[in-house]
Design a protein around this ligand. Structure first.
Ligand code: AMP
Ligand code: GLY
Length: 428
């Protein structure tokens, strides 16, 4: 099989590397990919994720068996509709189904109509109506821009001033696009986790749970980022809670999408919060998470490409775990990220001393005279598995802490809240 992965970050590197492990896969291409993928024998295709016509032409000309879409942007542009219309197999939701991520209002309506647990909400197009509503609301309150705001359009307003400022930003200044609407929702509290399901033509397969760390600095301080590290599985999600998510949230959502005339296909990423009243949906994404994918892929058996292939062909498929062990990964970021950041640092000292128990997944990297250099905000991720989470973390940090790459940083506490410390010896 020849497989094309759309995207060029760490998520796509992890996916392409995994697909390449199947004995049935002869070649994996990644568009645009990144130079860090070369060592795995993954071929870069010099096309951007929004060049839909060119990507389709390329896939047809090369005889690609199926395509897997990494990021949301091509989904929102309708890459799946386009490929399917041309008879090319592709794993992902249609443009209409991708509204579960691209429109918070659409997602909220689906949830509410079918009684699927989520925060209470109201949606507004009109600034005055939204202002009148927040003046009577209690705080904190969550204000979300409706549209593909790439995670940046969420404001937790602690008081009326902050809520009004957020509304003005989104509805008057149209910071998140011309047809902005806002969703104003109830503030929920509890630990968050991510749940990934693979869906196609009536089959649904679920993966282990994962937890992302979105703030830039230790102890969840600093600005929100794309994600600074992750681990799996999440210890507070036991079998009963996992099943509760499947039966009260994921399955009803898929039935609701079918009833709405948009049967879901692809990866459904449910972002959840475990509240005192049980798990509730915070958001849906219509693709894999980055950096969650980088830590999940090592846990899956080598035949993951066959799983996708079987799903696309309507054959019985299953997800097999290779390791029933925890996986943890820490992102190395460039100084300045998530704001403008420095570039060009030589990564070879880190690459050269990478031990066998660490896998490096590349994201924002370039190449200069045969060396990998830093070119993006999130540069790479160091990932390890262990007998327990503490061992996985110890392996990653033993490696990263050894010798710093100038002008880079990483969080030192990925997974720390979930790592159970050895019990104190009992004094008898
Ligand atoms: P979203 O883009 O919807 O995932 O929101 C980004 C982050 O904002 C989430 O990961 C949560 O930490 C937080 N958040 C979103 N909605 C709520 C809510 N209703 N209550 C509390 N926190 C929220
Ligand atoms: N890990 C968060 C995201 O991929 O949206």
């Amino acid at each position: 099989m020849k497989v094309l992965v759309i995207g060029g970050g760490g998520r796509e590197h992890a996916l392409a590397r995994k697909f390449k492990q199947s004995p049935n896969v002869s070649q994996v291409y990644c568009a645009p990919g990144n130079p860090g993928m070369k060592a795995d024998g993954i071929d870069q295709v010099p096309l951007a994720v929004d060049q839909l016509d060119e990507l389709l032409d390329w896939a047809q000309a090369r005889g690609i068996d199926w395509t897997f879409v990494g990021p949301e942007q091509p989904l929102f542009l309708g890459i799946v509709d386009r490929f399917r219309a041309a008879g090319q197999k592709i794993f992902g939701p249609t443009q209409a189904a991708a509204r579960l991520e691209s429109s918070k209002k659409f997602a909220k309506e689906i949830l509410l109509k079918h009684g699927i647990p989520t925060a209470d909400y109201r949606s507004f197009e009109d600034l005055a109506a939204a202002q009148a509503y927040v003046r009577t609301a209690s705080f904190p309150l969550v204000v979300k821009a409706d549209g593909p705001a790439a995670g940046k359009g969420v404001v937790i307003a602690q008081n009326l001033d902050e809520a009004e400022a957020a509304l003005a930003d989104m509805l008057a200044d149209k910071r998140y696009g011309a047809q902005s609407q806002v969703v104003v929702e109830e503030y929920l509290t509890g630990p968050e986790f991510s749940f990934f399901s693979l869906v196609h033509d009536g089959q649904v397969l679920h993966l282990p749970t994962a937890q992302d760390h979105k703030r830039a600095y230790d102890q969840d301080r600093g600005p929100n980022t794309g994600g600074m590290g992750a681990y799996a599985p999440v210890s507070f999600v036991d079998e009963a809670l996992y099943q509760e998510v499947v039966t009260t949230i994921v399955e009803p959502t898929l039935r609701a999408m079918e009833a709405a005339g948009h049967p879901y296909s692809g990866v459904l990423y449910t972002g959840l919060m475990l509240t005192a009243a049980g798990p509730k949906v915070i958001e849906f994404n219509t693709r894999f998470g980055d950096p969650e994918t980088q830590i999940l892929m090592p846990l899956l058996a080598d035949d993951f490409a066959d799983t996708i292939s079987q799903l696309l062909d309507g054959q019985p498929a299953q997800v097999t775990l290779k390791e029933d062990r925890p996986s943890l990964g820490v992102v190395l970021a460039a100084e300045g990220y998530p704001n403008p950041y420095v570039k060009g640092m030589d990564l070879s000292p880190l690459v050269q001393r990478c031990p066998a128990d660490i896998s490096l997944v590349y994201a924002g990297v370039g190449e200069l005279s045969g060396h990998l250099t830093a070119q993006g905000g999130r540069i790479l991720m160091a990932v390890a598995q262990g007998d327990d989470l503490a061992q996985a973390a110890q392996r990653v940090y033993a490696y990263l802490d050894q010798e710093a790459i100038p002008q880079t940083f990483y969080r030192h506490d990925i997974g720390s809240q979930a790592i159970t410390r050895p019990k104190e010896e009992k004094i008898t």
